[in-house]
Design a protein around this ligand. Structure first.
Ligand code: UDP
Length: 412
């Protein structure tokens, strides 16, 4: 069976029909996506699905990965941090090197880029390529995946003219954007319902996963899946669990997550969490390897209530993942969680451990309400945050740019 049909089974036949209708306006269009890594990170994960689906719809989509050396990636990592607000100083010579690497990559793909009708450039790494394609015939769109609402000014001053020359830009949520002199589009991220992380699992596998960690599925389980990062507030989660446990004595808490190679703080945060949990055998702190997608899937499916008590958050894909598994989520009132957790409908938004505990107690004591919220959460994700919607947004944007629709269009 073709890929799109498989997605149709999950997202709905009409969704696939809609995609085909939109794509019929784009047949044969030459589209290039450019980013800086084939594997690792959310951008690569999304392109890996999106590009083949575009091809299946008759669009001549290509995915190009730029090459760079260590100095280049150090520079772009600094851009990344600076765009998210960290003060960093980048010497002139390094900026020059950044541009040279972009120029070399533009040269390597010259023909493809000249001929392309639409080019999507993801994040800052390849952003300067536009400058080195003066003879382009198509439209170029800068796709920013990070929160640049409060950038470190000196670095933004350098990058802004580079991205301002694009024909349009895309941000994940409106709060992340910067004013730019071209149309700005909002396209939120998505999850792939057919991936190992999100596909249906047999109940026996869920039970076996919990058994392997010696967690009792007969008793209520609160779960938070997150990197061990202070912004995810794992200590606040433990506090909320302790408050809720006074009223739900059988309660267990699972804090599952790994570190990130580029996050030196994870180890220290894990130690703090382990120390806070040490006196309670009903708190399970699971340090997971990077390839634990199926384990995370099973943990999310087995939990009664999922927490994501972040103090600051980007989009919060763990929220989407849990909601897709029909779990009501108690989430911090921040970032993309606000788009996903609709208070009293798909879950609850909270600002304190006390608030989280109150909502957890309520949900644990009201099974029917919990299940009804979980069902609404799944439908909310089906409507808004599956990869098919993501593809639809891209196609709509492509139609608008190709046919030069003048008025602003709202996506999603
Ligand atoms: N994740 C994972 N292993 C972990 C912790 C998280 O695979 O140990 C996954 C999680 O399932 C989600 C993503 O990493 O898909 C985290 O994305 P999110 O937007 O929630 O937070 P971020 O880590 O990007 O701040």
């Amino acid at each position: 069976m073709r890929e799109l049909e498989l997605y149709g089974q999950v997202a709905g036949k009409d969704v696939v029909e809609h995609l085909r209708q939109l794509a019929s306006l784009l047949k044969g269009l030459k589209v290039v996506h450019i980013n800086s890594t084939r594997r690792g990170g959310g951008v690569a994960e999304i392109l890996e699905r999106l590009v083949p689906l575009m091809k299946e719809l008759g669009i001549e989509a290509e995915w190009v990965v730029i090459e760079g050396d260590e100095e280049f990636f150090q520079c772009t990592k600094n851009f990344h941090n600076a765009l998210q607000g960290t003060p960093v100083s980048i010497p002139e010579s390094v900026l020059q090197h950044y541009e040279e690497v972009n120029a070399r990559n533009a040269e390597a793909f010259r023909e493809l880029l000249q001929e392309a009708d639409l080019v999507f450039v993801h994040d800052p790494q390849p952003a300067a390529m536009l400058k080195f394609c003066p003879d382009r015939k198509g439209k170029w769109v800068w796709r920013c995946h990070i929160d640049i609402s409060r950038p470190y000014r000196a670095v933004w001053k350098y990058l802004r003219p580079l991205v301002a020359s694009y024909d349009a830009s895309i941000f994940s949520i409106a709060e992340f954007a910067q004013p730019l002199p071209h149309p700005l589009y909002i396209i939120p991220p998505s999850i792939d319902p057919l991936s190992e992380k999100n596909r249906d699992l047999p109940p026996e596998e869920v039970e076996a996963t919990y058994r392997a960690f010696q967690i009792d599925l007969e008793r209520p389980v609160l779960l938070q899946v997150s990197r061990f990062d202070r912004f995810k507030d794992p200590l606040g989660v433990i506090q909320a669990y302790r408050l809720a446990k006074k009223f739900v004595p059988a309660l267990q808490l699972v804090l599952a997550g790994g570190g990130a190679v580029d996050d030196p703080e994870a180890e220290a945060v894990l130690q703090e969490v382990e120390a806070a949990a040490a006196d309670d055998p009903n708190i399970h702190v699971l340090f997971l390897p990077p390839e634990a997608d199926r384990t995370i899937n099973a943990l999310q499916r087995g939990a009664d209530v999922v927490l994501q008590k972040s103090l600051r958050e980007g989009f919060g894909l763990t929220v989407t993942e849990a909601m897709w598994k029909s779990k009501p989520v108690i989430g911090g009132d921040t970032g993309g969680i606000k788009l996903q957790v609709i208070n009293h409908h798909t879950g609850f938004r909270v600002n304190t451990p006390e608030g989280a505990a109150l909502r957890a107690r309520y949900l644990l004591h009201h099974r029917e309400i919990r299940e009804a919220m979980g069902r609404k959460a799944r439908e909310f994700v089906r409507e808004n945050f599956l990869i098919t919607r993501h593809l639809r947004d891209y196609l709509t944007l492509m139609v608008s740019l190709t046919y030069e629709v003048q008025e602003r269009i709202e996506l999603s």
